[in-house]
Design a protein around this ligand. Structure first.
Ligand code: ARG
Length: 408
C-alpha cells in the first residue's frame, strides 16, 4: 500500500504515520500544507522522516488560499451562524486539492488523515477527496482504529514521538485561529487569557484608537491605508494591527455537521474587520433588493462551505451570482479599531446610491416630499385592509375602512 498522509507534525498524525507502517505495511508520503499556521515546517519535515515517511512534501499554499478562498469569503461576507468566519472550513478544500495532487503524482492508492469521527473536518476531507479522486481509498485511523488520547500517548512514548501536555485543540491559518477542548468544553467557563495568541485583551489593548482605511475592488480588499498590496499581505498586516486592539475574539456555540453542539473560540482580527467593512460598503452601493437577496445567498454560501459542500454545484452557482453583484463593490471604508471593537466610521464609493442631495433634511433636498403621501397609501394598502379584515368578525371594522359594511 502506498498512502498519502495529511501531516501536521502533531501527536495524532505522528502516531498514525507509525501505525500505518506497522499495521498496514504502508509506504507513507507525508504532506504538510502551509496555509499560514505558525509552525516550523523544517522541524515537521524532519519529524516525518524520523518517523518513517518515504517522502515528505511541504506545500506553501498561502497565496492561493488568500486569492481563491479568502477573497471569495469576503465577497460572501462569510460568517457561519453569524459568528464564525470559517477559517478552518475554508482551508480544507485547498488542502484536499494538494493531497490529491500528491497522491496522483506519487501513484498512491490511499489518502489518510487524522480527523476524528466527531468533527466537521472529516466531512470536508472525505467529500473533497471523493469528489476529486473517487478512485482513492480514504483511511481515517483515529476513527477506524478507535485511537484514544491515552493510548496514543502511551504508544508515542514507546516510539519516541514527542508528547506535549497541551490541553487545547488548535487549528490555524491566515484567516483565523480556532481553539477548542479542555476546560472550554464547559460553555459557562470564560476563556482564559492564556489561550489567545493573536489578540490583546480589552484591558491591555491600547487606550488610543487606531484608524485604518481599506480600499475594495470588485468586493476584494486591494489596499490598506492607501497602500496597494496583495490580499495575503493585507490580511497578514491587518491581523497584526486589529489583533493588537483586541478585535476578533469570538466565543461561539456552534452546530456541527454531525449534529453536535460545540463551544468554539476563534481569533480572527482581519476577518472580522474586513467583513464588517465590506458589508458596510455593499450597503452604500447595492439597491435594497440586491442587499436583501444577497444576505440569503451569503448565508447559504457559508452554510455550504461549513458543511464541506465546496464541490456542490450550488456553491458555484452562488459564486457566479456573488461575482456579478460584486462588480459594483468598489470604494473605500474607514474603520476605527479600539478596545476590541472594529467600528466603521466612514465609507465612500463612485458607485454609491447614497445621495446627500436626496437624503438631507435641509431645504435644498431634491426629494419631492409630497410624493410620499400617495406612495405610502399604495405601499401599505393591503396591510391596512387586512388589519380591518381581522377586526371584521368582532364587528369592529374601523370607520372609513374600504371593508366597513356598506349601508345600502
Ligand atoms: N469548529 C471549526 C470548524 O469546524 C473549527 C475546528 C478547528 N479544529 C480544531 N482542532 N480546533 O471549522
Amino acid at each position: 500500500m502506498r498512502a498519502v498522509l495529511a501531516y501536521s507534525g502533531g501527536l495524532d498524525t505522528s502516531v498514525i504515520l507509525k501505525l500505518m507502517q506497522e499495521r498496514l505495511g504502508a509506504e507513507v508520503i507525508t504532506v504538510t500544507v502551509d496555509v499560514g499556521q505558525k509552525d516550523d515546517f523544517e522541524a515537521i519535515e524532519e519529524k516525518a522522516h524520523k518517523f518513517g515517511a518515504v517522502e515528505h512534501y511541504t506545500i506553501d499554499a498561502k497565496e492561493e488560499f488568500a486569492e481563491k478562498y479568502v477573497s471569495q469569503a469576503i465577497k460572501a461576507n462569510a460568517m457561519y451562524e453569524k459568528a464564525y468566519p470559517l477559517a478552518t472550513a475554508l482551508a480544507r478544500p485547498l488542502i484536499v486539492e494538494k493531497l490529491v495532487e500528491v497522491a496522483k503524482k506519487e501513484g498512491a492508492d490511499v489518502i489518510a488523515h487524522g480527523c476524528t469521527g466527531k468533527g466537521n473536518d472529516q466531512v470536508r476531507f472525505n467529500l473533497g477527496i471523493k469528489a476529486l479522486a473517487p478512485e482513492l481509498e480514504i483511511l481515517q485511523p483515529v476513527m477506524e482504529w478507535e485511537l484514544s488520547r491515552d493510548w496514543e500517548m502511551d504508544y508515542a512514548k514507546k516510539h519516541g514521538i514527542p508528547v506535549s501536555d497541551k490541553i487545547y485543540s488548535i487549528d490555524e491559518n491566515i484567516w483565523g485561529r480556532s481553539i477548542e477542548g479542555g476546560p472550554l468544553e464547559d460553555p459557562f467557563f470564560e476563556p482564559p487569557e492564556e489561550i489567545f495568541e493573536w489578540t490583546s485583551s480589552i484591558s491591555s489593548a491600547p487606550d488610543e484608537p487606531e484608524y485604518v482605511t481599506i480600499d475594495f475592488e470588485n468586493g476584494v480588499p486591494v489596499a490598506l491605508n492607501g497602500e496597494p498590496m496583495d490580499l495575503l499581505t493585507l490580511v497578514t498586516e491587518l491581523n497584526e494591527i486589529a489583533g493588537k486592539h483586541g478585535v476578533g475574539r469570538i466565543d461561539h456555540i456552534e452546530d456541527r455537521t454531525v449534529g453536535i453542539k460545540s463551544r468554539e473560540i476563534y481569533e480572527a482580527p482581519a476577518a472580522v474587520t474586513l467583513i464588517k467593512a465590506h458589508y458596510d460598503l455593499e450597503k452604500l452601493i447595492f439597491t435594497k433588493w440586491l442587499l436583501e437577496f444577497k444576505d440569503a445567498v451569503d448565508s447559504k454560501w457559508s452554510w455550504l462551505v461549513y458543511n464541506g459542500l465546496w464541490y456542490e454545484p450550488l456553491r458555484e452557482a452562488l459564486d457566479a451570482f456573488i461575482n456579478e453583484a460584486e462588480k459594483a463593490v468598489n470604494g473605500r471604508v474607514k474603520v476605527k479599531l479600539h478596545k476590541g471593537n472594529a467600528i466603521v466610521v466612514g465609507r465612500e464609493s463612485d458607485n454609491a446610491l447614497y445621495s446627500k442631495e436626496v437624503a438631507t433634511y435641509e431645504h435644498f433636498s431634491t426629494f419631492d416630499q409630497k410624493l410620499a403621501k400617495g406612495f405610502i397609501e399604495l405601499f401599505g394598502m393591503q396591510s391596512v385592509m387586512a388589519y380591518s379584515s381581522r377586526a371584521k368578525p368582532m364587528g369592529k371594522v374601523p370607520e372609513g375602512s374600504p371593508l366597513a359594511a356598506k349601508s345600502h
